[in-house]
Design a protein around this ligand. Structure first.
Ligand SMILES: Cc1ncc(COP(=O)(O)O)c(C=O)c1O
Length: 455
């Protein structure tokens, strides 16, 4: 008789597996499936990035690096953050290279959470969030994103979930899976909540260049002048106005050099520098998902903790990816602008091709490269919808529940892939919904209310 295996940790077993993996497994079994699941660019890194990586290897720059990252990478991050987002971070003490946002998020949570601390997670959410909170001993507290708010973050809903154990709120805008972009004025209200309750904002901004339509911020000259001349304020009303203006215009502070309008960052709000941890990545912005390179922007006291933990986990980030990242951040931005325009065109395909489908309701996607489609008029739950769509039409989408229980009634489709496949996939999706849907329930009417449909 063989010996029984030693016990595995209860904490490890309790960590939920990503729901997206199940979908990928199923898609693999369907030959010629059109997958609208993939959450990564169909592009690869631009040639100057690849060349910089090759040059660094040929020059033998392949040793361990400073745990914060090579100086060139950190100064490139500082300059990029200033140009694109209007954020000021000290490359010596407030910036750390990490191997992608996923690990950056983990380090951020590890630095701020004690066991039992609560983290507010607007839901549906990127699949790592709650699992990583649990891995750090924290307790996820879900706050539903609402269709009537276009799935954007809402300060009142966040504040209502705060308890004495709340330590942080996770901000993700542009959002995965929703494609929602939270506007500057709402971020200013959330900043006010964070300040009054003394909690951290952990802001995942990996989709910041990909903002379209109403999500796109393009401050006026007047805003730009205001930011250099911010008046003192004393009451809350004034605080909100100032914060709103500062966030709106921060990303355009260096408007002359600004390569594209980016989504606003909560870190730009007054008082937020010292309580925000920005989690960033080159994965989406520069089509570098497999390179595993990103960074944290945070106050020095946070970086002291995250770098100590990172050193124990991996000594330093892959050196080649850092040299490539430096070239990406310092280099021409045309490839980013070209991707942005490509996603904008594909977003248009989704919106136009679903416009006549009265059995689906599309919340206008404002950013990232996802559309979050309301399927409740089919009266199927989202897992059933996704399974039957794949079985009957060979089109794969991700059920909303893969992103948290609050995603029930929706499916996520990614429009980052091939345009022809997208067009055909969306056509089949629309036809499937029309076959199974109650068109009256799905119609875009002012009277539409999700609770009525759910009842
Ligand atoms: C919102 C969000 N954050 C973080 C990540 C992970 O990024 P990275 O490749 O840098 O780990 C993703 C990937 O899909 C994402 O959608």
């Amino acid at each position: 008789m063989s010996n029984p295996q030693p016990t595995l940790a209860r904490q490890a077993r309790a960590i939920p597996r990503s729901g997206i993996r199940d979908v990928f497994d199923r898609v693999e079994r369907v030959p010629d499936a059109i997958s609208l699941c993939v959450g990564e660019p169909s592009f690869t890194a631009a040639p100057h990035i690849v060349e910089a990586a090759c040059r660094s290897i040929q020059a033998g720059r392949t040793k361990y690096t400073n745990v914060l990252g090579i100086e060139g990478f950190r100064t490139a991050v500082a300059s990029y953050s200033r140009r694109v987002k209007g954020l000021e971070y000290d490359s010596e003490t407030e910036i750390q290279a990490v191997d992608g946002a996923t690990i950056g998020l983990f380090l951020a949570l590890k630095a701020v959470l004690d066991p039992g601390d609560e983290v507010i997670i607007p839901s549906p959410f990127f699949t790592s969030y709650d699992a990583e909170v649990m891995m750090c001993g924290g307790v996820p507290v879900y706050v539903a994103l609402k269709p009537e708010h276009q799935m954007r973050l809402n300060a009142d809903d966040i504040e209502a979930a705060i308890t004495p154990r709340t330590r942080a709120v996770i901000i993700n805008s542009p959002g995965n899976p929703t494609g929602a972009v939270t506007p500057a004025d709402e971020l200013a209200r959330i900043a006010d909540v964070c300040t009054r309750h003394n909690i951290w904002a952990i802001s995942d901004e990996v989709y910041h260049p990909f903002v379209f339509g109403t999500g796109e911020t393009d401050a006026t000259d007047e805003d730009r002048n205001d930011v250099n001349d911010t008046p003192a304020y004393s009451d809350k009303g004034q605080t909100e106005n100032v914060a709103e203006r500062v966030i709106a215009s921060a990303s355009s502070r260096t408007a002359v050099n600004r390569p594209f309008p980016a989504a606003p960052s909560i870190a730009a709000a007054p008082g937020m520098h010292e309580r925000t941890i920005v989690v960033e990545s080159l994965s989406k912005t520069f089509a570098m998902t497999g390179w595993r390179i990103g960074y944290l922007l945070a106050p020095a006291a946070v970086i002291e903790q995250t770098s100590k933990i990172a050193e124990l986990m991996h000594s330093s980030v892959n050196s080649t990816a850092q040299y490539a990242g430096e070239a990406a951040l310092n280099g021409p931005m045309e490839p980013v602008v070209a991707m942005r325009e490509d996603y904008r065109a594909k977003r248009r395909i989704v919106m136009d091709d679903l416009a006549d489908c009265t059995a689906l309701r599309l919340i206008e996607p404002e950013g990232a490269f996802y559309a979050f489609v309301d399927i409740r008029a089919t009266r199927m739950d989202s897992a059933t919808f996704a399974r039957r769509l794949l079985d009957e039409t060979s089109v794969a989408v991700v059920p909303g529940t893969a992103f948290g229980a609050e995603g029930e009634g929706f499916v996520r489709l990614s429009y980052a892939g091939d345009a022809d496949e997208l067009r055909e996939g969306v056509r089949r999706l629309g036809a499937f919904a029309m076959r199974h849907g109650d068109p009256l329930l799905g119609r875009h009417t002012p009277a539409y209310h999700h609770l009525e449909i759910m009842a």
